[in-house]
Design a binder for this molecule. Sequence first.
Ligand code: 13P
Ligand code: SF4
Length: 304
Amino acid sequence: MSIPLNDLQRRILDLAQERGALILAHYYQPLEIQDAAHVVGDSFEMARQAKEAEEDMIVLCGVRFMAESAKILSPHKTILLPAPDAGCPMADMVEPEDVLALREKYPNAAVMCYVNSSAAVKAVSDVCCTSSSAVRIARQMDAEEIIFIPDRNLGRYVAEQVPEKTFYFHPGFCPIHDRVTADQAKQAKTRYPHAVFAVHPECQEAVLAEADFVGSTSQILDFARTTPAAEIIIGTELSIVERLRRELPEKKIFSVSAGFICPNMKKIQLEDLYNALEKGVYEIKLSEAEIHAAKTSLDRMVAL
Ligand code: 13P
Ligand code: SF4
């Protein structure tokens, strides 16, 4: 579907061409940012695109851990984050010391680190994963015991899918997804009895238990596009709901709860994106040592 662009969006794309920059956007970004991006994806697709892109400059419309991951995977590229304070509260819930303490407690376990984490935490982990790759990577890892950090909900979901391994969890969570309750899920299903329910694995176990489909942002989008169901309840951020309503006008798309919004993902406005391209701000800076230490676990993720 081609979306008509407004004047500022056209100027952004012209300026990106002039600067030789690639604009990447996450699916939780406001739709007007997604429309002004060259590529829109989930965390995994963004990381892979950043690594494979020919452009030397990448403007990443998302949150800090995504921009840091792009920098770690492509250290020679300039990575810009248009809103420097766009963080992820879940990523801030775990420190390298927590990981080292868990390693001491479970000396035979390998550390699997959700990409929603800082470079310093990735540096003390064995492998990274995203929500779309976590189950596959856990199965393929050469370890019988896995410490999963920082998301307890995604960790439990992976453990359920990979029962042959033993998992230990860190108590981190996404404040936006974890807020949804099983009661809200049940109420939505009662209100829309013909709808199927698709949910992100950052939601609580009891919410996932109500779902017909569990997946990453792009997997939820694919599910909605391909399911024969005409009504879908979405258990993730509002921009996914908005994108689907626009893309699939023949289907009815509902949100599982009101106010399902990640405020950090809404910090970048079109003006910030233009400003980033015009002034070359805000550049992600990591030391060579930080990049080197975190690269192994992220490279493994992309390879697996
Ligand atoms: P995805 O990997 O599904 O894009 O999720 C990223 C995220 O931050 C979800 O809250
Ligand atoms: Fe972080 Fe949650 Fe926002 Fe995703 S939705 S970026 S996990 S706070």
